[in-house]
Design a binder for this molecule. Structure first.
Ligand code: ATP
Ligand code: MG
Length: 831
């Protein structure tokens, strides 16, 4: 902490040292502080900017990339980013008519307002280009709701720039384009104000084109952005547009405004809910607490579970369960970007309940408040002014309040608690507090006070939160903690079936989705949808709808993130010693990083084997970490892993050659990849695992394609084809087209490389006649010399055995079981 104080002192910001210290901020996390963070710490606007500059200067000076560091390739990575492009309308025309100094002032104000709105929603201003602003959401810091943040920032920009007056007396207008997509983000280049983070991909171009297309005061968004927003905003499709640089017409949506819904869950839904799967126990427990609450034994249930596990869905099911019963509802929704605004969920609820409209004057709002709180207003004259103040209604209070801020807060909390408890006098009350992990301190205080006051109230409070929230009311006798776990495999399959409905996914695809989604319903839904949308029915890639939230979890890891990325290249499971061998020493504290990954719930120690090993908790988190790596970096890491396996885990080269084949293959080293594929195929054949053998030989055949030298390439292909043939015969039968195809290709390649084994045409009886698959097989798998002396297969089989390993295997594995019977009949007509 002393270091931070010194740094603040040397930069003349010592006045903030106490605030930083009180919030456990140290030098290590300094670069991660955003403008809103600094605002929360009480840093003024000017100083925020100065501090951010000083922090950026410190980061670029203090942490030069280490040459041996795997991150030295510039920290560039692939990630999903939402790009916002905002431009001021008519500024070029203005430059001809207005004094440059005035124009400069105007542009500065415009930039300030725009950067302010972007900063409030966690965006990153990458560049000011005159009156144009380029900003990223989701980079350098990922947010699960990056697209939503970008649109909110855009709405904020529109509202605020409208307040700026131009020298000609008119109001400033803006156009905004927003697009989302996967881009390659690079390291910071330049210094000081010229500092810039490179970002490559079509997304920024699209955002710029949409911006140019937008009418004044309009926000246009791209299809992927629209897809991520669900029903959060009122959007209007403006049609498909021919845009320069884009081969096909691009659809664009205009943002008309926010949709007013009471919960984040309802807002993000576009279709109907699927029937609730499983959760019978949890529903039973909540319904039991509701029964007690109705009898006047107030209850609070805190539903804890990771993102997407089904907390909100369970509460929805609870509400559906007693929809027919008379009861009152209070819905408090916490917001990720209002964790510091006191009473935010309460203010939102009251505004909705009172029916405030945007155009309502303060007077009208006070009237509406009076109606909502009529009973209290009769007995408590201070109530309405207090509530009006809470809701920032700036009318003259009926009776001036002479309270200190602390008294005002205490009185407001007491009033609200009392109001909620009194609601239950008429009908039982269901109070839902959603997403308590984002709760502001004052609402938390209110909830704690409420919990202490509901012992005899007809009220059930249900609070949802992710696991990092510890409810202060946990120890109260009428409090229940309900941990939502993962769904079972069959429940997941049911969910897949529900989402895919008439789409009819194959059993294999369903199994692949279930395996990859680890019982998290959100993952199941999104992966199923993305498989249905992908033309190939492939479940390999992380769906766009999950990219942001998975990346946000990884971004919170700081330095440990890189260890997660390297581990992801090893696979979902990884042994410590291999990770240790792959990560260069001196740079990274692997133990500390792993401890952080475990603490963050990204990986968990896997106690199954004798080696110390770990597993990624979610396959999709592993995939997200892996997909964030540049292709070049993935190749580099795969090679490092393959070499480490060869050097330090040599037993694996014989017991798991497929593992080495995988890493060498992904590293782009076709030679060793082919060697190990061949070994893996042979191993499978030796275990009579022909299905696997076919997979290995086919993969090897594909891999051989990548060999640069034609001669070597063809010889490898021939090797694989000659192994593939017998294995295919066992699995598919002698006369199958695949067998025929394998030998036909073997013959062609053999002819091209002059391989006598495969190409010598039999002399005598069948020398010039067309030959069947069985004959090709025969010729291809025995040595030419042997073939020449025994040109009749029937005789050959009865009198002699071939001498090569392939020939012998053919005899023992195939001939004895099937060839005799089939080959003779199949080849008879041509002999
Ligand atoms: N048991 C279930 N049966 C059917 N669908 C479910 C079930 N649980 C969750 N879902 C669906 O999975 C998705 C994620 O669920 P939900 O939004 O309730 O998660 P959550 O735990 O509230 O996540 P967050 O922490 O992000 O709020 C939703 O679309 C929901 O409808
Ligand atoms: Mg939820």
């Amino acid at each position: 902490m002393g270091d931070l104080r010194d740094w603040l002192l040397s930069n003349k910001f010592e006045q903030y040292a106490d605030a930083f210290e009180a919030n456990d901020i140290d030098l290590d996390i300094l670069p991660e502080l955003s403008e809103p963070d600094l605002e929360r710490l009480g840093v003024s606007l000017g100083n925020r900017r100065r501090l951010l500059k000083a922090i950026a200067g410190r980061s670029s000076g203090a942490a030069p990339p280490k040459p041996s560091d795997p991150g030295a390739s510039g920290d560039a990575e692939r990630r999903q980013v939402t790009v916002l492009f905002a431009d001021m309308v008519g500024s070029t025309a203005l430059s001809g008519t207005v004094d440059p100094e005035l124009l400069g002032n105007l542009i500065r104000r415009y930039q300030d307002v725009t950067a302010g709105a972007i900063g409030r929603y966690g965006g990153f201003v990458a560049k000011f280009m005159g009156d144009g602003v380029l900003a990223y959401f989701g980079f350098p810091r990922a947010f699960e709701d990056a697209a939503e943040r970008a649109v909110r920032a855009a709405i904020g920009i529109m509202a605020e720039v409208g307040g700026i007056e131009r020298p000609d007396g008119t109001r400033v207008q803006a156009r905004i384009g927003i697009a989302t997509g996967v881009v390659v983000v690079g390291e910071i280049i330049g210094t000081g104000t010229a500092q810039e983070r490179t970002i490559v991909g079509e997304t920024p171009n699209l955002a710029a084109r949409l911006q140019a297309l937008a009418a004044p005061d309009t926000i246009l968004i791209s299809a992927p952005t629209q897809n991520l927003l669900g029903g959060l905003f009122d959007l209007e499709l403006t049609g498909e547009h021919e845009l320069k640089g884009f081969p096909r017409p691009v659809p664009a949506w205009r943002v008309r405004g926010e949709t007013l819904v009471e919960s984040r869950f309802a807002a993000s839904r576009t279709g109907d809910n699927l029937p609730l799967v499983g959760r019978a126990h949890e529903m039973g427990l909540m319904l039991d607490r509701w029964r007690l609450a109705r009898l006047g034994e107030g209850q609070i249930v805190t539903v804890i579970g990771e993102a997407g596990i089904g907390k909100s869905r369970s509460i929805e099911a609870l509400q559906e369960a007693f929809a027919g019963e008379p009861h009152a509802r209070v819905h408090l929704q916490c917001s990720s970007y209002h964790s510091d605004s006191a009473f935010y969920p309460v203010i939102q609820h009251i505004s909705r309940a009172a029916g405030f409209a945007t155009a309502d004057s303060p007077g009208v709002r006070i009237e509406k408040l009076g109606v909502l709180f009529a009973r209290r207003a009769e007995s408590d004259v201070a109530a309405i002014p207090l509530l009006a103040e809470l809701l920032s209604i700036s009318a003259e209070p009926a009776a001036p309040l002479s309270l200190t801020p602390a008294q005002r807060k205490a009185t407001t909390i007491a009033l609200l608690v009392d109001e909620i408890v009194r609601l239950g006098e008429t009908d039982p009350v269901l109070l839902v507090l959603e997403d308590a992990h984002w709760i502001d301190a004052t609402t938390l205080e209110l909830m704690t006070r409420l919990t202490d006051s509901i012992g005899r109230a007809r009220l059930l409070a249900v609070v949802t939160a992710r696991p990092d929230f510890a409810p202060p009311w946990q120890a109260r006798p009428h409090s229940t903690l309900l941990a939502l776990g993962r769904l079972g495999r069959s429940e997941c399959a049911q969910l897949v079936a529900g989402v895919a409905a008439s789409h009819g996914l194959s059993a294999e695809t369903v199994a692949a989705i279930v395996a990859k989604t680890d019982g998290v319903p959100l993952f199941v839904e999104e992966l199923t949808k993305s498989v249905m949308e992908s033309a190939s029915g492939d479940s390999a890639a992380v769906p766009a709808t999950l990219k942001d939230s998975l990346m946000a979890r990884l971004d919170r890891l700081g330095e440990a993130r890189e260890v997660a990325q390297i581990a992801s290249v090893i696979g979902r499971q990884f042994v410590f010693s291999l990770l240790d061998a792959v990560i260069p020493h001196g740079g990274t504290d692997i133990e500390a990083a792993l401890a952080k990954l475990v603490e963050a719930g990204i990986v968990f120690p896997d106690g199954r084997g004798s080696e110390r090993s770990f597993s990624f908790k979610h396959a999709l988190t592993r995939d997200a970490a892996y997909e964030s790596l540049l292709f070049s970096r993935r190749r580099e890491l795969h090679e490092r892993i393959a070499r480490a396996l060869e050097e330090r885990f040599s037993a694996l080269t014989t017991s798991e050659p497929d593992l080495l084949a995988h890493h060498f293959g992904e590293a782009g080293l076709a030679g060793p990849a082919c060697d190990y594929r061949m070994r893996a195929g042979d191993l499978a054949v030796s275990r009579s695992a022909y299905k696997e053998a076919i997979a290995h030989f086919s993969a090897g055949l594909g891999m051989a394609d990548a060999l640069p030298k034609p001669e070597e390439r063809m010889r490898r292909q021939l090797d694989f084809l000659l192994k593939l043939g017998p294995a295919l015969m066992v699995m598919r039968g002698m006369q199958s087209a695949e067998v025929e195809d394998a030998y036909r290709r073997a013959e062609e390649i053999g002819a091209a490389v002059g391989d006598s084994v495969a190409t010598t045409r039999p002399s005598g009886a069948c020398g010039s006649t067309p030959i069947s698959g069985a004959r090709r097989l025969w010729r291809a798998t025995v040595p030419a010399s042997w073939w020449r002396s025994h040109n009749d297969p029937a005789t050959a089989i009865s009198c002699s055995k071939p001498t090569t390993a392939d020939g012998r295997r053919l005899f023992s594995e195939v001939m004895l079981r099937r060839l005799w019977r089939i080959a003779v009949s199949a080849t008879r007509p041509t002999i």
